[in-house]
Design a protein around this ligand. Sequence first.
Ligand SMILES: Nc1ncnc2c1ncn2[C@@H]1O[C@H](COP(=O)(O)OP(=O)(O)OP(=O)(O)O)[C@@H](O)[C@H]1O
Ligand SMILES: [Mg+2]
Length: 370
Amino acid sequence: MVAAPSEETMAEIRLPAERKYDAELAALARTDRGARPPGWALSPRAVETYVMGGDAPVDGVTITPKYIGDRALVQVAIATLASDRALMLAGEPGTAKSWLSEHLSAAISGTSALVVQGTAGTSEEHIKYGWNYAMLLAEGPSERALVTSPVLRAMREGKCARVEEITRTSSEIQDALISILSEKQVAIPELGQVVSAQRGFNLIATANTRDRGVNEMSAALKRRFNFVTVPVVEDLEQEVAIVTRREAELRADYQVGAAPPADLARMLVTVFQELRAGLTKDGKTKVKTPAAVLSTAEAISVLFQSGILAQSFGGGSVTAAEVTRSLVGAIAKENADDVKVLREYVETVAKGRPGPWKELHAATKAHVRG
Ligand SMILES: Nc1ncnc2c1ncn2[C@@H]1O[C@H](COP(=O)(O)OP(=O)(O)OP(=O)(O)O)[C@@H](O)[C@H]1O
Ligand SMILES: [Mg+2]
């Protein structure tokens, strides 16, 4: 008989930022002496510290870095949110756009939950309001029958709303957002009501530059945003730091997997950077670039999966064999030919390198067909 999960073993996989880091946010709020823009839970400086991490503990609480990268970029993003303009985080896949959007809204508004996922099917109800039809039929239009969207709630409560993957939404939705962003109002004619945004309301959108063109954003909508481009990390040490930190956090959240040795993590990130750039780090050897997106996010998940493979089916500790097996899955996403690109890379680059690279070469020969 399989026992039902007890209360103790029941736990949410992933807490929203404002709950996971509630101690950090509370400590920052207690000690924050800076001026807070109207409707904000923290001052811009404290939001920055929350996102980038602190040098020293704040009121006994260590402020961990969330986004690892350019501080100036984060400052511009925060300043934008205090202005009349909305914030657009644009960039390649897996560069932490959604991650940054979640943490910014958690720090500024105390919630990251007011989010709309942009898809081709996103309708006006998702950004304005809809109705509970049973109640609408029973008692006519009323506040109780109204189903508010996350954006409308953010306007009423003076908080940050988030629109993910905005470029995937139809032009009608983009037009509706233009009117919300310029007028900061939504009319609900059925109730004879106009909702005016409270101070503190703003919008954070994310857009994947690889998806552009699906629904090219109108110039009118672009004008309502400040664009902040979230870059792909090119520095090896920095990307290794991001990947190892986030992999360790995932391992703690999911409570599964073995810790990968540092030299394997480093090798994996090097492989990603060299394949992405089409050039080895020493600038000497050109390599083919696969069609698959080799983002930082992808590197994190390859490393995490290697740990699970090692723990579940391997000898317990992560070796190049597990890394290779997960790497192939990440690379073969777009087309099977990419596996050939990996093989070629391993033959020309990995073979001559010491340590785990030799194992990578051997494991690729053993595990990778094509
Ligand atoms: N510079 C970074 N600092 C901290 N974490 C990062 C960084 N780059 C990537 N990550 C991690 O990568 C993961 C994926 O990031 P996220 O989902 O935000 O990417 P994205 O840019 O929204 O991608 P997509 O365009 O595919 O939606 C997150 O776990 C995030 O922590
Ligand atoms: Mg995203």
